[in-house]
Design a protein around this ligand. Structure first.
Ligand SMILES: [Zn+2]
Length: 268
């Protein structure tokens, strides 16, 4: 049974020729979940051959443009290609207003049913559940209200093979905060933003972002099995230094690259 993550965008605020802004697709038992939707996410779906009609739930971490600009094009295209199936969007309370105001100007371009669910800042909350997965949101610390997400595989009669459920934690954009580790203790794969290298620590702090070293410290604190760093500042043409910095602390670190798929195998 699949539990795999595909990176559609790995850059922070500004896209580059090789890195789009944030979007991830998680495949849990052939159910597809989109996490954040940076500009041109729909083109990344085409490029990496994922059928976007298979996504029924979208999770948005916060209302900064590098995480939401793709939503408008994505939803408009779904309408154009005749999608009738409902899409659920989980995000900050103001997201619905944001999206509906946009489409109020082009009413014919959002005919498909969209249901919005507002995230809660009070702690970890279960926000979605189906046969394959449970999804939790948790607040992180950025300049605007921002959430991370934890996806935990669910067992049913057919796939309960006496093993641990696989988990994926998505943690961006946030200042380094050790208390967040409690939300994703022991996760199989932790995605943590690493916008800067440690030389830019003061910039990371002033913009409420993290460094690669801090992402690694978070993986260590959480006892994660694998760390995936991303959301790189466009200033890093070569991200090897960021990867090295993280690996000094947490050896099992990989870097997000657009188009990369990470399979989390069944174990135990
Ligand atoms: Zn961002």
């Amino acid at each position: 049974m699949k539990f795999s993550l595909t990176i559609l965008g790995s850059s922070s605020a500004v896209p580059t020729a090789s890195r789009n802004t944030t979007a991830h697709v998680l495949n849990v038992h052939e159910r597809f979940f989109l996490i954040d939707c940076g500009e041109a996410t729909q083109i990344q779906f085409r490029k990496f051959r994922i059928r976007f009609g298979r996504v029924h739930q979208i999770f948005i971490s916060h209302l900064h443009s590098d995480h939401i600009l793709g939503l408008f094009g994505y939803l408009a295209t779904q309408t154009l290609i005749g999608r009738k199936k409902e899409i659920e969007i989980f995000g900050p309370p103001d997201l619905e207003k944001f999206v509906r105001n946009h489409f109020a100007l082009f009413p014919e371009s959002l005919i498909l049913p969209v249901v919005f669910h507002s995230l809660d800042q009070s702690g970890i909350c279960k926000i979605f559940e189906d046969k394959a997965v449970e999804v939790f949101s948790f607040p992180v610390k950025h300049r605007v209200p921002t959430w991370g997400f934890l996806f935990r595989e669910k067992f049913n009669g057919r796939n309960n093979l006496n093993r641990e459920p696989r988990t994926y934690a998505f943690c961006t954009d946030t200042i380094f905060d050790p208390s967040l580790a409690a939300y994703f203790k022991g996760c199989d794969l932790l995605y943590h933003e690493a916008t800067y290298g440690n030389k830019e620590l003061s910039r990371a702090i002033s913009t409420a972002h993290s460094t690669a070293k801090q992402a690694a410290e978070m993986a260590q604190l959480a006892g994660a099995k694998q760390l995936l760093i991303g959301h790189f500042s466009a200033r890093y043409k070569d991200t090897t230094g960021l990867l090295d910095e993280a690996r000094e602390i947490f050896a099992n670190t990989i870097e997000a690259i657009d188009g990369l798929t990470i399979d989390i195998p069944e174990q135990g």
